[in-house]
Design a protein around this ligand. Structure first.
Ligand code: PMV
Length: 324
């Protein structure tokens, strides 16, 4: 009753922003992502009859309390699915520099779902695994696959048609992402809280949802044509629209910091100089920059030169779930 799995994180090019069901984690829009090789979580799950509660070790430290309750709740879902009532020891190692501003929840829940379901004896195909992973963290359901993946929001109220599907594999296109780490100590509004406040109060939310089908169609065309400018410009515009919804919320909020804005302007300036680069930003201040391999050296140098940038971490397209 023991299994180990590894999952890589992903960056959304068309963002998931807004839930129609908080409990089942059902989104209001489809999203599309690129899995990244630089950031991953390795998790071992062992279900043991001798345990009287779940034990969770994160980077070799036993952790418990409110931030980790989601792990226990997720194990409950796995137990219920398998019809077994046995506690687990979970050991997770994150190769996701927390400072890089990547939600380690994406790789974390994907690895936990894969290792946990295998350890308890469930045999799930990718679609079933993605559906299960979604219950831990929405964005994680896309990390089942390498390369480009799309989370189909689904229509049904039980969530059975809400899961991710592969779009193009890891080796389809060598497109890269620089994670630009900023010196910022802003109080963070979690994605969960930010989404809910936006859905409930922002008059811009409807415009956001209405604009998704066109963005998706455009980005998929760009991916099929390997048209970097098309993919980059659609992703950048989609990110700006998502962040605009937060300014319309009540109370209003933003994830941006002054340096966030400086990086965005620098990326636009690089394009004016003829270097193709586009940014995207998740629910935090750090910026991710899409670029092509031939511009890697210059991109890194340029991003590192921006005052307030503390690190630039480079990544290629990553692979889907692997079992170790
Ligand atoms: O799955 P969560 O709760 O970490 O939400 C992720 C939301 C964004 O990162 C902002 C967008 C996305 O699609 O990953």
């Amino acid at each position: 009753m023991k299994a180990t799995a590894r999952a890589q994180t992903n960056i959304a090019l068309i963002k998931y922003w807004g839930k129609r069901d908080e409990e089942l984690i059902l989104p209001t829009n489809n999203s599309l992502s690129l899995t990244l090789d630089g950031f991953y979580t390795t998790t071992t799950v062992e279900f043991r009859e001798d345990l009287t509660r779940d034990l969770f070790y994160l980077n070799n430290q036993c952790v418990s309390g409110i931030p980790y309750n989601r792990v226990n709740q997720f194990l409950d879902i796995i137990r219920q699915k398998a019809g077994k009532h046995v506690f687990a020891e979970v050991r997770s190692t994150n190769q996701v520099p927390t400072a890089a501003g990547f939600a380690s929840s994406a790789s974390g829940f994907a690895a936990l779902a894969a290792a946990g379901s295998k350890a308890i004896g469930l045999t799930l195909d990718d679609e079933e695994l993605s559906r299960l992973t979604r219950r831990g963290s929405g964005s994680a359901c896309r990390s089942i696959y390498g390369g480009f993946a799309e989370w189909q929001k689904g229509e049904l109220s039980d969530g059975s048609d809400s899961f991710a599907v592969p779009i193009k594999p890891q080796d389809y296109w060598d497109i890269r992402v620089a994670a630009v780490v900023l010196h910022a100590d802003m109080k963070k509004v979690s994605s969960r809280v930010g989404m809910k406040r936006t859905v409930d109060t922002s008059p811009f939310f409807k415009g956001w949802v209405d604009s998704i089908p066109h963005d998706l169609e455009q980005i998929k065309a760009g991916i099929s044509e390997r048209d970097f400018e098309k993919v980059g410009s659609v992703a950048e515009a989609n990110c700006l629209k998502m962040h605009a919804t937060t300014l319309g919320a009540n109370p209003p909020f933003t994830y941006w910091y002054d340096t966030t804005f400086k990086v965005m302007q620098h990326v636009q300036m690089l394009r004016e100089k003829g270097i193709p680069a586009y940014f995207t930003i998740d629910a935090g201040p750090n910026v991710k920059v899409l670029y092509l391999p031939e511009n890697e050296v210059e991109i890194k140098r340029e991003l590192e030169s921006i005052p307030g940038v503390t690190d630039v971490i480079l990544s290629k397209a990553g692979q889907g779930i692997s079992y170790l």
